[in-house]
Design a protein around this ligand. Structure first.
Ligand code: ATP
Length: 257
């Protein structure tokens, strides 16, 4: 996916993007680190073709797949809130994306059943959303987005509503599941640790409007688990990003030793 010269402002509202350029390579996991209110929901709407930019171009895949501005694109989207349907069970909630793209219901259910164990959802087929934990609901939501087949997969702060422990286990789980599927992912978050732990590259939006993104390559070894947050190189990268965000840590090297 390549975004070039993207500009957007709401009529009579703030300028959100000003000649923004960035790209995500096929099979890459990129985290976009942006503060709340910076325009991430609007960015997703622009990328999905639901909103027309004032200027610029968005290309998915190869150059031949360029779409005209405003044309809807087949991207996967997992919103901040799980948006599960209360009247559908796990099986049918997860199968929804497939069904909407024309896959017959029985086939859609078969594909969901195949993946339920690796999503930690075995035995929950008949359960309704209110019978699930927050983490389980997010896994159903992610399974639905993954199966819908859109590429890239846009994840909009998917774990922000979870408590700290569930969040950490969901991050570890996502690392494992990504290893298996290697989808192209753009993950938006305002959490520096989450961005570094999950991604190959962090794009830091430190300006308002967002006109450029500072890039940080995350060279941490894969497969990763949560213990990566303790590695010296992780802490060094975190310091670098906090500086880019103007949040220089007050603790100096060697303090507390
Ligand atoms: N329809 C609209 N008209 C005018 N301004 C809008 C409109 N929708 C959003 N905005 C403003 O644009 C900015 C970005 O909104 P957006 O919802 O994209 O941000 P966000 O980063 O997703 O926010 P949050 O993290 O709080 O969900 C906000 O300042 C918001 O008030």
């Amino acid at each position: 996916m390549t975004v070039s010269g993207l500009s957007y402002s709401f009529a009579g509202g703030p300028v959100l993007f000003d000649k923004l350029d960035f790209s995500v390579q096929a099979g890459e996991f990129v985290a976009l680190l942006a503060p709340s209110g910076a325009g991430k929901t609007t960015l997703f709407r622009l990328l999905a073709g639901l909103v027309k930019p004032d200027a610029g171009e968005i290309r998915l895949g190869g150059s031949s797949e360029s779409q005209s501005p405003g044309q809807k694109r087949r991207i996967g989207y997992m919103p901040q809130r799980d948006c599960l349907m209360s009247w559908r069970n796990v099986l049918d909630n997860a199968a929804l994306g497939l069904e909407l793209s024309g896959v017959p219901r029985q086939e859609a259910r078969r594909r969901v059943r195949e993946l339920l164990p690796s999503f930690g959802l075995e035995g929950t087929e008949q359960k309704r959303p209110h019978e699930l934990s927050g983490g389980m609901r997010q896994r159903v939501s992610f399974l639905r987005s993954l199966l819908s087949g859109g590429d890239p997969l846009l994840l909009d702060e998917p774990f922000s509503a979870l408590d700290a422990m569930t969040r950490a286990s969901m991050q570890e789980w996502l690392l494992q599941i990504w290893e298996q599927h290697r989808k192209t992912v753009l993950f938006i978050t305002h959490d520096v640790d989450e961005a570094l732990l999950l991604s190959d590259r962090v794009l830091v939006a430190a300006t308002s409007p967002i006109s450029s993104l500072q890039q940080v390559a995350v060279g941490l070894q894969r497969p990763r688990d949560y213990s990566a947050v303790l590695e010296p190189s992780f802490i060094q990268l975190k310091r670098q990003i906090l500086e880019q965000l103007g949040r220089t840590p007050v603790i100096k090297e060697g303090a507390g030793q």
